[in-house]
Ligand binder design. Structure first.
Ligand code: GLC
Length: 723
C-alpha cells in the first residue's frame, strides 16, 4: 500500500476502547440510513445501543451513492474521531452493467476479458459509493450440486488462481486512493466449495494434503497479488468452523503466508459458532473469533457485547485490538478516505457511468467470450438470411439472465434472446413460444402444442432452456442438476418437428444434459451472461462471433457422478474407456461411465484448429532449469476464431499419487482463417511441486507426460524427465 497520509498510531492513541471496538463491527446500511427513527429499529432488534452506532467502522448492503453519501456525512458529524466509514458490497460480476457469472468468466480462459470487466465494475461501483468489494471468490469446486459454483472460476486450481489474482489487480489498480479502484476481499477461506454432498454451508472434511494441493492455492495467489481483505468461510473445516480454526487462521494464513490485510467474518458467522455447537456463549464466540484473527465482525455483535470484558479478564489483549484497528484504518487511509470520504460518489456520477453503451459493449463481448459451444453437428451458425425463426423454451424472451450476486443489476435491463435476435435480424419473422416453465415443480404441458407448431413452421429453431437464476448462488444447492420441469420433453417434441435446431442453455452450474445432447444437434452454454446476454447469443448463433469458451467445470452425465473433476488420480483399477459398458472389477458405474459428458477444457468453434507440432528444447529438466515448449497451431477452417491452447502434465510416479492430468499453462490466441501461430510455454521445477504424504511441498525426480489438448483429449503428447 502507498505511504500513509494519516498518523494512524496517533489517531488510535486518542480513541477510547469503545471507539476502537466500533471499528471492528460491520452492520447493514439500514442501521444508519433511517437512524433518524426513534429507538425501535434494526439496532434494537439486534441489541446494540443506538448511541454505539456512531462508532461503527463499516457498512454493507446500502443502495446507491446518495445513501452512501448521506450515511458518511452523518457519521462524520457524529463521530468524535472523524474516522470515515468503509462501504462494502458484493460486486461479483458487475455493479449495474452485469457481465457473465465467474464460472463463465473462467470459461473464457481469458484474463484480459476478466481485467476489462473488473475495471468496468470498479468504475461503476465506485461511482455508486462502494470502496471494497467482497470479491474474488476463489473457492475450489468439484460438485455441481453446490449453488455457489457459479461464483468461482471452476475446478482447476491454476485457472482459479490466475483469474482470482487477475481480479485483485484489476479492481485494485496501482493506487487504492484512485477513485476508480476498489479494495478487494478474497473469500471464502477456506474450502467452502468442499461442502459435503454439494449442500451449501455443509461440513467440510478433507485432508491437509488435499487442502494444500487443490483448495488453498487460489487464496494464496490472491494474497500474493495484493488482496487487501480476506473472508473466512461459514463451513467447518475438519471439525472446526473456519473463523475459529486456529490452524487455518493463525498457522496457515498468518504464520506461513504472512497475511497482513484485514480479516472480516462472513455474515453473522461469529454468531453461528453457537449453531455449529462450538460454544453456547456469544462471549466465547467473540473470544475464539477475535483470537483467530477476525478483525471485523459482520452482522453480529459479540465484539460489541464482550470484547471489553474479555480484555478485562486478560483473554483478549488491548494490543491485539489496537493492531486490528490499525489494519482497518490503514485500509481506509490507503483508499484515501480521510481526505476523500465519499470519493466523489454521487447519483449523477452513478447515472453517467453505469450502463453506458461502452459498458454494455464490454459486457456483450465478455458473454460472447464465455459461451461454450458444447456440441455442433453442423447446424450452427444459422444463416443471417434465415426468415422464420422459432424461439422456444422458458428463456426464449426471458430477461432473467443476469445470474445470482448481480449486485445492483436489474432483470429488465438485460437484453433477452428475443430482443437480441430481433435487433440483429429486424426483417426476420420471430415466433416466441415458451412452451413450459423452468421451475422444477411446474410440469404443465399446455404450451407444448403451440411450441411444436412454431417449430414445424420455422426455418430455424432455437431452444432456450436452463435453470432459473435463483437455482444457483448462495443457499441454492440442487440434488438433481438436470433441466428442471418438463423442458427435456418439450425439446424432444420440437426436435422431432424440426431438425434444424440449436439449444441455448442458461445455467449457474454444469447441468446434466445427456437427454438434450442425444437429441439436439447443437448446444451452446450461455451460463448466466448478464446485461447483454441476448445480444451475445444472437451474434454467436448467427455467426457474427465465433464461440471460443471452454468448459471450466466438468459437465456430469449424471448427478450420481458428483463430485466429478478432470484432475483426479488414476486409482488402482482405472476404467477410462469412453463407452458406458460396465467393466467388472474396475472403478466405474454400471450404465454411466466415469467420464463427464463434456470435460474440462472442451469447447468447439465454427472453424477448425490443427495442432501442427509441439517442440521441447530439452527433455531433461534440472531443479533450476526450464523447458521451453513451442506449440504451433493453424486455423485450417474458413473463418477467424480464438483457441485456448492448454498445456497439461502428468507426473507418472511419485510418493503421493498424482492426478492423471493437470493444467499448468494456457493461452487464448486469435487466428484468422489459414493463419498459423506458435505459442511458447515454459516448464520449471516449481510447477511440478506437490504436497507429499507428510505434507511437504516438494518435487521428485522422475518421468512426466506432457500434452496439449483438453482434459482426456491429448492432441500432441511428449515426455520429459525431472532430474
Ligand atoms: C454472504 C456471503 C458472502 C458475502 C456476504 C456479504 O452470506 O456468504 O459471500 O460476501 O454475505 O453479502
Amino acid at each position: 500500500m502507498k505511504k500513509q497520509k494519516t498518523d494512524i498510531k496517533a489517531l488510535i492513541s486518542q480513541m477510547t476502547i469503545d471507539e476502537k471496538i466500533g471499528q471492528l463491527i460491520q452492520l447493514n446500511a439500514n442501521f444508519f440510513a433511517d437512524s433518524s427513527a426513534d429507538i425501535t429499529g434494526p439496532w434494537e432488534k439486534l441489541g446494540i445501543d443506538k448511541e454505539a452506532l456512531k462508532t461503527i467502522g463499516s457498512t454493507l448492503n446500502f443502495h446507491g451513492a446518495d445513501e452512501m453519501v448521506a450515511i458518511q456525512k452523518k457519521h462524520l458529524e457524529e463521530d468524535r474521531n472523524k474516522i470515515p466509514m468503509l462501504f462494502m458490497m458484493d460486486v461479483i460480476h458487475g455493479y449495474r452493467t452485469i457481465y457473465p457469472i465467474p464460472l463463465a468468466m473462467g470459461a473464457s480462459f481469458d484474463p484480459e476479458t476478466v481485467t476489462e470487466c473488473s475495471k468496468m465494475a470498479a468504475r461503476e461501483a465506485s461511482a455508486g459509493g462502494i470502496q471494497v468489494t467482497f470479491t474474488p471468490m476463489v473457492d475450489y469446486v468439484r460438485d455441481a450440486r453446490w449453488g455457489r459454483v457459479m461464483e468461482t472460476c471452476g475446478e482447476d486450481p491454476y485457472l482459479n488462481s490466475v483469474m482470482g489474482a487477475t481480479q485483485v489487480k484489476a479492481f485494485q489498480g496501482d493506487d487504492l486512493s484512485d477513485r476508480d479502484n476498489l479494495a478487494t476481499c478474497v473469500k471464502h477461506f477456506a474450502a467452502y466449495g468442499g461442502a459435503e454432498a454439494g449442500r451449501d454451508y455443509n461440513t467440510v472434511e478433507i485432508s491437509e494434503r488435499l487442502l494444500r494441493e487443490y483448495y488453498l492455492p487460489a487464496y494464496k495467489a490472491c494474497i500474493d497479488a495484493g488482496v487487501t481483505m480476506l473472508m473466512p468461510s461459514f463451513n467447518t473445516l475438519n471439525g472446526v468452523p473456519s473463523i475459529a480454526n486456529k490452524w487455518l487462521m493463525k498457522k496457515v494464513l498468518k504464520d506461513e503466508w504472512g497475511f497482513e490485510g484485514v480479516v472480516i467474518s462472513d455474515y453473522n458467522a461469529v454468531g453461528e459458532l453457537l449453531k455449529h455447537g462450538m460454544t453456547d456463549s456469544t462471549k466465547d464466540a467473540a473470544e475464539m473469533s477475535f483470537n483467530c484473527g477476525c478483525d471485523i465482525e459482520m452482522m453480529s455483535i459479540t465484539y460489541y457485547l464482550h470484547l471489553k470484558e474479555l480484555i478485562a479478564e486478560g483473554k483478549v489483549s488491548e494490543k491485539a485490538i489496537d493492531e486490528a484497528v490499525e489494519r482497518i484504518l490503514t485500509l481506509k487511509d490507503a483508499l484515501g478516505l480521510f481526505e476523500d470520504p465519499t470519493r466523489g460518489a454521487s447519483s449523477e456520477k452513478e447515472a453517467a457511468v453505469c450502463l453506458t453503451p461502452e459498458h454494455r459493449d464490454i459486457s456483450r463481448r465478455a458473454a460472447e467470450a464465455c459461451a461454450v459451444l458444447l456440441k455442433n453437428d453442423g447446424v450452427l451458425p444459422f444463416s443471417e438470411s434465415t426468415k422464420k425463426i422459432a424461439l422456444i423454451g422458458p428463456f426464449a424472451d426471458s430477461k432473467e439472465i443476469k445470474g445470482f450476486w448481480a449486485c445492483c443489476g436489474k432483470d429488465d435491463e438485460c437484453v433477452s434472446v428475443y430482443e437480441g435476435i430481433k435487433a440483429l435480424l429486424p426483417d426476420a419473422e420471430i415466433t416466441v413460444a415458451r412452451g413450459c416453465s423452468a421451475q422444477w415443480n411446474e410440469l404443465d404441458k399446455d404450451g407444448f402444442d403451440e411450441a411444436v407448431a412454431a417449430a414445424k413452421n420455422a426455418d430455424a429453431v432455437i431452444l432456450c432452456l436452463g435453470e432459473p437464476q435463483k437455482y444457483s448462488g448462495e443457499g441454492n444447492s440442487r440434488a438433481d442438476i438436470g433441466l428442471p420441469g418438463v423442458q427435456n420433453e418439450l425439446a424432444a417434441l420440437c426436435l422431432e418437428a424440426n431438425k434444424n435446431t440449436a439449444a441455448l442453455v442458461f445455467s449457474g452450474r454444469p447441468l446434466t444434459l445427456c437427454e438434450l445432447d442425444a437429441a439436439c444437434p447443437a448446444i451452446l452454454e450461455m451460463w448466466f451472461p448478464g446485461s447483454e446476454g441476448g445480444s451475445a447469443a444472437a451474434n454467436l448463433l448467427f455467426g457474427k462471433v465465433n464461440p471460443s469458451g471452454k468448459v471450466s467445470m466438468s459437465f456430469p452425465k449424471a448427478v450420481g457422478q458428483c463430485p466429478i473433476y478432470y484432475n483426479h488420480p488414476s486409482t488402482g483399477r482405472p476404467k477410462r474407456k469412453p463407452e458406458d459398458v460396465h467393466q467388472p472389477y474396475a472403478s466405474n458405474y454400471i450404465g454411466c461411465g466415469n467420464l463427464p459428458l463434456y470435460p474440462f477444457g472442451h469447447g468447439l468453434s465454427y472453424t477448425e484448429f490443427t495442432y501442427e507440432s509441439m517442440e521441447l528444447d530439452t527433455h531433461e529438466l534440472t531443479k533450476d532449469g526450464k523447458i521451453t515448449v513451442k506449440v504451433t497451431v493453424k486455423n485450417t477452417g474458413d473463418r477467424a476464431g480464438k483457441e485456448v491452447v492448454q498445456l497439461y502434465i502428468h507426473d507418472l510416479y511419485a510418493s503421493a499419487v498424482r492426478p492423471i492430468q493437470q493444467l499448468v499453462a494456457f493461452e487464448k490466441i486469435s487466428l484468422s482463417a489459414g493463419e498459423t501461430k506458435t505459442v511458447t510455454f515454459e516448464i520449471s521445477e516449481p510447477m511440478l511441486r506437490f504436497w507429499d504424504a507428510e505434507c511437504k511441498h516438494i518435487s521428485e525426480a522422475g518421468d512426466f507426460d506432457l500434452f496439449v489438448g483438453y482434459a482426456d483429449h491429448p492432441y500432441i503428447k511428449d515426455t520429459f524427465k525431472l532430474i
